[in-house]
Every structure is written in structure tokens, then in C-alpha cells.
Ligand binder design. Sequence first.
Ligand code: SF4
Length: 315
Amino acid sequence: MREDFARPRLVFSACLNFEPVRYNGRVVEDEFCKRLAEHVDVIKVCPEVSIGLAVPRPPIRIVFDRTKRVVQDGTGEDLTERLNKFSVDFLESLNEVDGFVLKRKSPSCALSDATAYRLSRNRKLLVKTSGIFAQTAMEKFPGAAFVDEFRLRNFWLRDHFLCRIFATAELRETLKSNCTKMDILNLHERYKYLLMSHSPSLLKKLGRLVSNLSVLSLLELIHDYADLFVKAVSVKPTKAKHFNVLQHIYGYFKDRVNEGEKRKLLRLLNDYATGSVNLTRLRKIFREYARQFHIDYLLRQRYLNPYPSELSNNE
Ligand code: SF4
């Protein structure tokens, strides 16, 4: 079973465990983000401190005054241009990034739930929107995975985020210098079931790319394969797609186990479909069967081992 993982490059809001840079001088303690940071290359950033705001400081707010702007409470200073400029410069200085873990509800970092106010009407709530930095990041890195600390508490969102960042990190590592067509073929084989759980149709297209390696030059193959792979893992898996993959994997065991074990495995699949057994547990059980029967092809599959086990909370 592959236990070596490429290290994703993740941008974190600096106030998530790293530095007490929030407007109130505090840091946000988040146990899962702390664990995650041990398995990735961290790029931490606090856009507000980076433009020279103090800690602590009066909070800033998003206001709509024809355009979306950011204004500091008390001073009334308009920080929009400074925040925009910093965001563009900082993001352009980054090379490859697999994902962003950002602080929810922040006028700078929120993905979609910062509160925006109407400037001229005594701060009446207008809409929920993304923070200035987050919005620029989503525009500049459309292939990256985005999450906040709250969404990471949901098993399905967390599982998708983790599968995605570890997959794109491994893709990046594979495509680095001296990559051969065989390296891409091997990667494709390892990711077959994981890709199937995201997008069976894109898996088919990827399969066509690697089924005739002589058609494309290496550079063309790298370009087309990477583009489709990143698109495929960005598609959200569904319970039905997972069920389909799990049935495929069960197919490797069904003729190797006795009748009692067969009934047990079918019951587990059924329990997964009805929601009484979780995906983490099924992956673990299927890994054990793959080990027991020495099914190397399955043991190499990232689907059964998509990210470090320390990050595999139960649902
Ligand atoms: S949410 Fe963003 S801008 Fe606000 S303190 Fe955290 S890192 Fe800084």
C-alpha cells in the first residue's frame, strides 16, 4: 500500500493557528488545520497585516457603494486599492499552489460568507460575498481547491478537498523534470478508481489519452493529461459514484472469499448505501482484503489510500 504522499502546497490564512493577527489580536485554534499543516508545504498570509494594519485594529467591513469596497471601522479609511494590490502582487509571486485554506466570514479571506453592508444606509445588511483576497485568489488559481476551516468539519467536503490536493500534488511531482510517458501511464493506473469517483466521463477521456501513447508528443501529453486530470478531481464525488467504485473493487474479492465473507461484504456495501457505514471504514476494510489476497493492483490504487491516515477522521 502506497504510504508516501507528495506534499501539497497550500496557502493558509495566517490567523488559522499560525499567528495572532486577527483584528482582536487573537489566533483561531483549529485542531484539524494544525494536523493538515504537518502534511503540506504551508504558505501563510495575512492580507490585512501585510498592507500595514496594526494588531489589534478596528475591524474592516465590505461595503457596496456602486462597487465592492473595504472600509475600516472608526477611521473610515478605504483600503480597497491597497488590499487589491497586495492580493494581486502576492498571488502573482506564487508558482504552483494546490489549494487555499482560508478563514471564513473575513472581509479579506472569506470564500463566500463575508457580510457586505450598504455604505449609505447605516450599514444595513446587503449580501454575503467573498473577501477581497479570496476573490482574487479564486480568479488567479481556477484549478486550485478552496476551503475554509468550517467546511473542513464536514466529512464530504473535507474528503474531496484532501483527495484533490494530494492528487494534484502527486501529478505535479510526476510531471516534474525527466517525466516519461510511462510515468504518466503509471499515475493514471494508480488513480483510476479515484478519478472514477469524481468523474467517470473525464476518466474515459484521460484513458483515451494514455491508451495510445504514440499519438501525442510528450509535451502535448503532459499538457492535455494535466489539464483533464485537474478538471476531473475538481468534480465533486457523489455517494452514488463512490458506490459504483466500491462495487468495482468488491468485484476483485467476490470470487476469492467464502460465502460468509461474501455476505458480509455485500452487507457492508448495502450499509454504505443506506448511510450506516462510512467511506473511511469501507476503504480500510477493502485495503485489508486487498492485502490479504495480495492484489497489488488494488494496493496501488490511490482511491483506497488517498491521503495520510492521520487526516482520516471518521465521518
Ligand atoms: S482572516 Fe485573513 S486578513 Fe483576517 S486576520 Fe485572518 S489572515 Fe488576516
